[in-house]
Design a binder for this molecule. Structure first.
Ligand SMILES: *Cc1c(COP(=O)(O)O)cnc(C)c1O
Length: 211
């Protein structure tokens, strides 16, 4: 399946709930980018894997857990509130690092999903609010489509994520690193790539079902 992902689209192997032995197997096969959604699990796995692994945090991040992952993640994909940006900025500055982040968009029909609406996110960048956080590097957006078999709805969600990204990129020229559109999971990554994804987050299709 890895072969169906074109050049220019990064593959994040979502290893949450899977044992380190499974991650090592993927590592041996050449995988270096791994995604985890729980701080405790991420922090436990980091020392058990080679140091050239790049870790992405992809889950809902509580502000009181930020400190545990600063300096240890290549990218926090799931920034879902301005409050969280403030904390990431503060903790990054204290640690002397700049943290790469994606802004999570909420476009799916489910109310349980986290993130900014497209309007909120476009307003954030239009107001130059990102310039208030010098220890945060804004690298793009992340989003999930509605969990449905309705391909039309999934495409609509991906189109909304991609067009929000393009709108921000065009309206805020002082965002040189804003280049990533993270969308697409095991069941919908092909459609996500067709809609402009540059980063897919795939768990089940690599590691099998989570227990
Ligand atoms: C679990 C998870 C994935 C991977 O889902 P699969 O369906 O197993 O590919 C991708 N993104 C996020 C945010 C997740 O929490």
């Amino acid at each position: 399946m890895l072969r169906t992902i074109p050049d220019g689209v990064a593959l994040v192997a979502v290893s949450k709930f899977h044992p380190v032995a499974d991650l090592r197997q993927a590592y041996e096969a050449g995988q270096r980018l791994f995604g985890e959604s729980r701080v405790q699990e991420l922090v436990a796995k980091i020392p058990q894997m080679p140091s050239d692994v790049r870790w992405h945090f992809i889950g809902h991040l509580q502000t009181n857990k930020v400190r545990d992952i600063i300096g240890r993640t290549a990218l926090i994909e799931s920034i879902d509130t301005v409050k969280l940006i403030e904390v990431v900025n503060r903790q990054s500055a204290a640690a002397g690092v700049v943290t790469n982040v994606l802004m999570q968009l909420h476009v799916a029909a489910e109310e349980t999903k986290y993130g900014f609406t497209p309007d909120e996110l476009m307003a954030f960048f239009a107001h130059q609010d990102h310039l208030k956080f010098p220890a945060v590097r804004f690298c793009g957006v992340m989003g999930m489509a509605t969990n449905t078999d309705d391909q039309t709805r999934i495409r609509l969600d991906f189109d909304t994520i991609a067009s929000t990204f393009t709108n921000i990129k065009q309206s805020a020229p002082d965002l040189p690193d804003f280049n990533t559109v993270s969308m697409g999971m095991s069941h919908d990554y092909r459609l996500a790539i067709a809609c402009g994804s540059t980063m897919v987050r795939i768990g089940t299709a690599i590691f099998g079902a989570r227990s």
